[in-house]
Design a protein around this ligand. Structure first.
Ligand code: FAD
Length: 431
């Protein structure tokens, strides 16, 4: 008689997008049997409360690392087809472009919502030489044949309808809806959570304090020690397999992981009217005498702006190392002046954003691998049954489904089947 498969007790640490796609693919693995195996996910604060709920959500075939990207891109399409991702998490193809812009001086009038603080800060700036760039004088009329011709000369697609034409200097396409797409990261992550829970996964709100390795006995189990969020009590979970997906907090559980963190601010804006599906990597020259809220001396800034299907524009600015990673996602400090700078940059070249409503001002930390190639770390840690999937830098949304899929294979098949990920082996960089 064949041996019964060993009972697996799997514990995932961290409920960001990587933890939840791992949970999803574990519960869809052919060897997963909910009446035999258990899967717990322990999350310290709330589902997608870190970068996974506050990221842009761009997916691109030209992202990196090359061993994960094509698989992940295909899995997103398959997940969307299976679970109505268009409705559920805003999955759609998008145009992507690199755009060179000259921001308009934010001017008089004061009637517009989002740019009021720039008006105050720019009050001392000379209006004369930038008069043609004055925000107050820009019409919202549709483009004329002449202006379309001018914009085409700069390379701008005809249907990119939320950039003021006088601001455009150059446009280079980086992708079309065939090779670039997007999701709403918070909606996607919470949907993965729901789909995993439907197949028997149990979620625990609590902070993992340590993972104690099993002793040498073949039947011995690891012990995951955590502090329960509600009651603040310490508990233990026995585990055959432990998967650490704690993003930038990974070193608090696995101190040898060379993962750092970078804070980034972002905002969402409801535009004054619906806008076309584009994601823009901008290079925005600020008008003369422009004063940023953060007193930065930058003359060129590079916010990234993504139109989303729910009539929302998402914009994020440059990262900073000014405030070290706090203990949890609940303690992330949001600097209002950094958010206002992003809002003002957007207002300086888009009437639709200038006249829109700011919905959210937020910050989060992205996880960065500080040794080796900088690629994410996915696989065994060198401790039997302890896996790592973390350090996804700026492509964690794009690469989450492939990461979850290969981790589910490591756990149930003993190796990655769907992608060759030897270059991401954590043992290459763990001390
Ligand atoms: C501004 C910005 C824009 C971005 N845009 C994009 C984009 O367009 N496309 C793209 O592909 N990527 C993008 N990214 C990158 C992407 O957001 C990240 O790579 C990804 O979210 C990382 O996911 P994660 O699950 O590893 O980490 P996180 O989202 O940080 O999740 C880690 C989770 O672990 C929990 N945790 C931590 N410690 C413990 C513990 N001890 N016990 C229990 N739980 C714990 C935390 O509470 C958190 O919920 C962007 C990032 C930023 C900052």
């Amino acid at each position: 008689m064949a041996e019964p498969p060993p009972k697996k007790r799997i514990v995932i640490i961290g409920g960001g997008i990587i933890g939840w796609t791992t949970a999803y693919y574990l519960t869809r693995h052919p060897q997963y049997n909910p009446s035999l195996h258990t899967i717990h996910l322990v999350e310290a604060t709330g589902i997608a409360s870190g970068a996974s709920g506050k990221a842009g959500g761009l997916l691109a075939l030209w992202a990196y690392p090359a061993c994960l990207v094509p698989l992940s891109f295909r899995l997103y399409a398959a997940l969307a087809a299976e679970h109505d991702g268009a409705q559920r998490w805003g999955y759609r193809g998008v145009g992507v472009g690199q755009i060179e812009l000259l921001g308009r001086k934010v001017g008089e009038g004061g009637e517009k919502g989002v740019n009021s603080s720039v008006e105050a800060r720019s009050a001392g700036a000379s209006g004369g030489e930038n008069a043609d760039m004055d925000l107050g004088t820009v019409s919202l009329q549709k483009r004329s044949a002449e202006s379309y011709a001018r914009l085409r000369k700069a390379g701008l697609p005809d249907d990119l309808d939320w950039v003021a034409e006088e601001c455009v200097r150059a446009y280079d396409s980086m992708g079309s809806p065939d090779d670039t797409a997007q999701v709403h990261p918070y909606q996607f992550t919470t949907s993965m959570a729901q789909l995993a829970e439907e197949k028997g996964l149990k979620v625990i709100l609590g902070t993992v304090d340590e993972v104690l390795d099993a002793d040498d006995r073949p039947e011995a189990l690891h012990t995951v020690k955590y502090t329960d969020k509600e009651a603040n009590e310490r508990h233990s979970l026995p585990a055959t397999d432990v998967i650490i997906t704690a993003g930038p907090w990974t070193p608090t559980i696995l101190p040898s992981a060379p993962i750092g963190s970078l804070r980034a601010h972002s905002v969402t804006i409801r535009p004054s009217h619906p806008v076309s599906a584009y994601c823009l990597f901008t290079s925005l020259s600020l008008p003369k005498n422009y004063k940023t809220g953060t007193k930065s001396r930058a003359t060129t800034v590079t916010p990234e702006i993504y139109a989303r299907p729910n009539n929302e524009l998402y914009a994020c600015g440059e990262g900073d190392h000014l405030v070290p990673l706090p203990k949890s996602t609940a303690e992330v400090q949001v600097d209002p002046s950094r958010c206002q700078d992003i809002v003002d940059y957007c207002a300086s070249f888009s009437d639709e954003m200038r006249d829109g409503e700011v919905l959210v001002r937020q910050a989060c930390y992205l996880p960065q691998v500080e040794r080796g190639s900088g690629a994410p770390l996915i696989g065994l840690t060198g401790r039997k049954g302890v896996y790592l999937a973390a350090g996804h830098t700026c492509w964690g949304i794009q690469n989450a489904p492939a990461t979850g899929k290969v981790v589910s294979e490591f756990v149930f098949d003993g190796k990655s089947v769907s992608a060759e990920v030897r270059s991401l082996d954590p043992r290459r960089v763990l001390r």
